[in-house]
Design a protein around this ligand. Sequence first.
Ligand code: NIG
Ligand code: FE
Length: 415
Amino acid sequence: MTETLLITNAAQVVTMKGHKDKPATKDAMSELDIIENGAVFMENGKIVAVGNDQEICSAYKADHHIDASGKVVTPGLIDPHTHLVHSGTRENEYAMRLKGKTYMEIMEAGGGIHATTRATQAATHEELYEQSKKRLDQFLLHGVTTVEAKSGYGLTLEHELKQLEVVQKLQQEHAVDLISTFMGAHAIPIAEKEKPELFVERVIQEMIPEVAKKKLASFNDVFCERGVFTPEQSRRILEAGKKHGLIPKIHADEIEPYGGAELAASIGAISADHLLKASEQGIKDLAETGVIGVLLPGTAFFLMAEFAEARKMIDAGVAVALSTDANPGSSPTISLPFIMNLGCLKMGMTPEEVLTATTINAAYAIGCADEAGSLEAGKKADITIFNVPNYLTLSYQYGMNHVDTVIKAGKLVVK
Ligand code: NIG
Ligand code: FE
């Protein structure tokens, strides 16, 4: 049976259309394509037409109708970097950091990622599913319709698979679309601290082939940072993933300049993420090779660190996307709208650029731009309606949830 839905009378429809084949860079990051007094018609989960209210309403009749008077319609927001599936919280470490301990000191003392690994290993599938589902519900309430989710708190084959299977189950059962990334190389387990090579070999020989065989991930990510994985180890792990069809991503230059951006460019990664301390050369390399810079200002905010140089990156020609980095240690939030505020206020981005960075560029960063990230005929009808009179208000009023309605694949999921 045909299901049709019509959104009418929107103060603004921000379509993001026209970024075909490649993410937006430089001036194109400001091209939102806004229709004043706009409408969207969708059928069987797909967008059929977007345009002026009168044109669309005279051409199409629908079973269901949403009046978006005084509101802004955008593509469903996309979060391209999260550590969604994990157990527990780390507010104790937050209190320690407020007294002066650093993130890396806490991790080196056996806390940090190791603390969440212990909790995640101890959790059952069901417990992980329930905790992650609650977070995903919150993403949806904040207007996010696609979320990338990484493993990396298992650190053994059994527990990495458990995390990825939870992602797979959520993908089948939750309204939000999930894109899965294997991140076995998130930390060197404490027991292998003195023999990191053994763990690197285990990721390469044991984990990557099994994850690929079970088709549990599309991407392979590595925490390339001093004291975690060296650029040389990261390269081997990412090359091994490539042989099994996993596309490389890198947690790059988060704490210090470490050659992560350069590695991302030379290995053909789809994205380099964090980049707080990316070098001049690294930024140049990303721009030249078209690697997307996924910036996570929530992490800089929460770790009280310097923010990534988004302005410099965009001006240099890097396609920038934004994400929450949702995780219990360095960015305990699911609010992508708040990340948009930080993008403007702390990284020198414009309101237009942050919208591009959380829609079409975010879609490119996780390989789903052919079906999400813009409102265009043929794409999935993933749509967020915000109760604001214009898109500028989204990155102006902060710490508020302006979401009014969320439509996922043509179905009303938040009202
Ligand atoms: O992206 N940097 C490494 N991984 C996460 C943090 C994970 C954690 O602290 O639990 C990040 O910041
Ligand atoms: Fe991360």
